[in-house]
Design a protein around this ligand. Structure first.
Ligand code: MTE
Length: 330
């Protein structure tokens, strides 16, 4: 994602999860600084493993969630190697280079983690992330992530249904949209000391988009907790939208009546719309969106693939936009 003002190198429940599983995992990580506990079931990742152990997280993250519900999403996809998905990142709070998030986020503190829920809902307040997650089933979903910069990756996420979580806050009939905000902490996030973006990073969804079953509140990937550079401890994953909608390290959820301002929509409204649905028929003003580089790939083998409408998830989400002019509401 290019920021005009700076030079950037390249773009940008039935069976409720046993709460002890999730809590033990996070408490263990906290107590030991993240040494491997042992390996439990990791869902579909093993089945998708195609490149030796390159889908395996390092020992510091190697303990796995257990009782992950396997889902049919993405079983035929070639999953990106772990080290690619965790070293080629956009997380501008840690810098603008693709390696910066990995290089500069190792000291980022993610326990304990609270999320403030406010606005048009009956059940508002400050909630511990563990309490939010433990009430839902953990699922593994292998999704395609399509960045607006025209690269993409297939990533096996672990998370819970965003809609299930939001419903527990009991949004009122005035809640037409939901707003999300990333942590603002320049001491920990060096990128926030500088300009470029108007911090904290902000995103939003129409309430029906947020309730769509595809929308995931992710706490892990490759069977383990999220690496810091991928948005630990909790982020959105919205596979039918450009990656910038999938906000990382969320500390605030606000139910609102009107369309909220978003970071990219405020910075460059002609380039980054509120909807940001993957759409090969609507080019970015400065580059085509008809194709994408599926990572990993290189100069000799760029691995270019055709971009699909809604990133290939039209059956699941197309009805959300029926009757809308998607060239106008990009
Ligand atoms: N969330 C925050 N808070 N800050 C960011 O810079 N970048 C977005 C999105 N979420 C970003 C963010 C962009 S542009 C993309 S493509 C995805 O995160 C990248 O996710 P990944 O690094 O896990 O692949």
């Amino acid at each position: 994602m290019l920021i005009r003002t700076k030079k950037v190198s390249d773009c940008l429940e039935s069976e409720v999860t046993d709460e002890s599983v999730y809590l033990n995992r996070r408490q263990f990580m906290k107590a030991t600084g993240g040494i491997a506990l042992g390996v439990g079931g990791i869902g579909n990742v093993a089945a998708a493993l195609q490149e030796g152990n390159s889908l395996t997280p390092p020992p510091s993250l190697a303990s796995s969630f257990q009782n992950i519900i396997e889902t049919p999403y993405g079983l035929d996809e070639k999953v990106a190697p772990f080290d690619v998905a965790t070293s080629y990142n956009n997380f501008y709070e840690f810098g603008y280079g693709k390696n910066d998030p990995k290089d500069k986020s190792s000291e980022f503190k993610t326990t304990p983690w609270a999320i403030t829920v406010e606005g048009e809902a009956d059940n508002t307040g400050i909630f511990d992330l563990d309490d939010i997650i433990k009430a839902s089933m953990l699922e593994e979903r292998i999704y395609r992530l399509r960045c607006v910069e025209a690269w993409s990756m297939v990533i096996p996420w672990v998370g819970v249904s965003l809609g299930d979580v939001l419903k527990r806050f009991k949004p009122t009939s005035k809640a037409k949209y939901v707003y999300f905000e990333t942590l603002y902490d320049p001491q920990q996030m060096p990128g926030q000391k500088g300009g470029g973006l108007d911090w904290p990073y902000r995103e939003g969804l129409r309430i029906d988009e947020a309730m769509n079953p595809l929308a995931l509140l992710a706490v892990g990937m490759y069977g383990s907790v999220l690496p810091n550079q991928n948005g630990a401890p909790v982020r959105l994953v919205l596979p039918w939208k450009y990656g910038f909608k999938s906000i990382k390290s969320i500390v605030k959820i606000r139910f609102v009546e009107t369309m909220p301002e978003t970071t990219w929509g405020t910075l460059a409204p002609s380039e980054y719309g509120f909807y940001a649905n993957v759409n090969p028929n609507v080019d970015h003003p400065r580059w085509t969106q008809k194709q994408e580089r599926r990572l990993p790939g290189g100069v000799l083998f760029p691995n270019v693939v055709e971009t699909k409408m809604f990133n290939g998830y039209e059956d699941e989400v197309g009805s959300l936009y029926s009757g809308m002019d998607l060239k106008r509401f990009y």
